[in-house]
Design a protein around this ligand. Sequence first.
Ligand SMILES: [Fe+2]
Ligand SMILES: [Fe+2]
Length: 302
Amino acid sequence: MQPPPLEVSSFLSRCNVSLNQPLRRIAWITDPHFDHAKLDVWQSWVAKLLELDPDSILITGDLSEGDDVAYQLRCLAESLDRPIHFVLGNHDFYGKSIASTRRDLIALCRDVPQLTYLTDHPAMPLNASTVLIGDDGWGDATQGDYAGSNVRLNDFQLIEDFRTSDPDGWQSLLIAEGKAAAERLTDKLNNLSDEITQVLIATHVPPFREACWYEGKTTDDNWAPFFVCGQVGQALRKAAKQAPNRKHVVLCGHTHHDGIAQIADNLVVHTGFSRYGSLEIESMLTIEPDSLDLSRPAICFP
Ligand SMILES: [Fe+2]
Ligand SMILES: [Fe+2]
């Protein structure tokens, strides 16, 4: 059985964060794929993060693969010693099942006070009017042409749920993952009070085709089923419509190509850049009670 989500108040006290000490500066990292980065690159990247001295780190998935994800998170917690909020990407599930990966990382977060797995966590206050929420998301086969696509991700060989099931059932597994992600995010959004006028949403997979960038263009029907979480997109569109006075800022990765998509007046998606073997600090976010700004371009190592 999956442990219940942690209470916000217990997290705040564990991490020594309170609304009197808001998280003002956040370093956003996406798709670091630490298993591809050499030690000297990792060391320079950590040194730069320490120099920038953010209040917290936010990682939008694809940290590494399998058990190495937990090892990398432990190293980060030890080296950076500040709150690290993360969601998982498809690579993080390689070599294991989706459920066992999540279970292991929930257990890790109970053990390492700096770590918070946002998928398993309610909204985190950043200041009196701003919260952070997150969910892994999944390329959920609801956008583009799944039946006609020739894309076959390594996910299908390397994640147990797919490897051990008939390919005819893959589409329903993808749809189910997207649906679960959308429902978890909807719950978190529905529970926000009217005082919350800004919500920062961390997820791995772009929730909209318009946010699914590749070399300056957005996705085609061949890639969209695996690179867009359409059901999360639908949930976010609905939430933004229901709360027109609340700003929704989404951070995601997965495509490794960056871009910004303005979906509605109060809903924007930033997709981050990544390259295997290098490590980036995608943006520094500055969060004030009435603004949420991202500084670009990304800082890259090497
Ligand atoms: Fe990635
Ligand atoms: Fe990914």
